[in-house]
Design a protein around this ligand. Sequence first.
Ligand code: PLP
Length: 393
Amino acid sequence: MKSLMIDKTEQMIYLDNSATTQVYPEAAKVAIDVMREMYGNPSSLHGVGIQAEKILTVARQQVAALVGCKREEIFFTGCGTESNNWALKGIADAYGVRGKHMITTAIEHPSILETMKYLQQKGWEVDFIAPDEQGIVSAEAVIEKVRQDTVLVSMMFVNNETGAIQPIEAVGKGVKAKNPQTFFHVDGVQAVGKLPIQVNRLPIDLLSGSGHKIHGPKGVGFLYVAKGVRLIPLLAGGGQEQGWRSGTENVPGIAAMGIAAEKTCKALKEKQEQMAAVRHGFIAALQEKIPDCRINSPQEKKGAWHIVNASFPGVPSEVLLHYLEDAGIYISAGSACSARKKQHSHVMRAQGLTEEALASAVRFSFSFDTTAEELTYTAEQVAEVVREVRSFR
Ligand code: PLP
């Protein structure tokens, strides 16, 4: 393991928090303690099993408090991808007799887009709604597509590449007004812990979340399922999670996600406004130092505080990424999952970026611990790299 470690004696500025976050030390400690000391199977009827079951109950409450719902409405999964797959396939299987139409957007995470494509192969009709040039999908455009046979609308809360906040409340209300039987699923993976969400006060039936985006471990996620909504399980087996998600629960991971949810809840209350100002300052610094840069994220309240996407014409994304890494700054050339595919972002393509802007788009993503000083230094380094790379041409 030691040989894989990054040398932290040098200054390191981690700005890839939308790909994943550093696990809170308290969450890591709980995971280890549970793994070593409280190793029971929550389905066992003896004391050791009951202890593990209690750990799940506490974590369920912590996650429920973060998103504003009842404990019984949280189901643990293996990741955000599973939650998204389950929401779509589970609704399709449970309610397919009502119709075969779904609506989503063109800027969703692949776990939604690929599942929708799968459902299309199974005979479902799916509308993919494009965003505007800021990356925001119009509520009216979604609502207009709702029909009598529309079984589900699925839309992300915050886009993972640009941070664009989508009009979730307006979509939910409009969809329900047009067809009260249509379910509304929200991919909340980039919104949970970043925006104050009270899911029970919103017209949302299902909400996906992921542990590793809120300083919990990888390999745990959850799906909020509003009371009364039925889902067919993805996995057949022992009937854990009230019979809805089979497989022995990842108790250490879930316990750690619970602690992370609790800490994130507190940080959100204390720091959200401050972080919005930090983001604003970073965008202003980039614009001042590199006047022809293109900010691909919406500004002010339309953009979540933790993501800034920008293009620097003439400087390929990977080149900027590697130069910045040499300066101890870690960013992303798109979303983590698309970065290795060497394809330009489907999100920014849908937003209408030119080929040049697509080729030079990078994402800076923050945590509550990101400081204004770190971002001032980052903006200076970006400006230096841009100057240097352009001077070669
Ligand atoms: N949805 C969005 C918006 C995401 O950003 C991600 C991960 O980047 C996922 C879903 C998938 O989450 P996980 O990595 O837990 O599978």
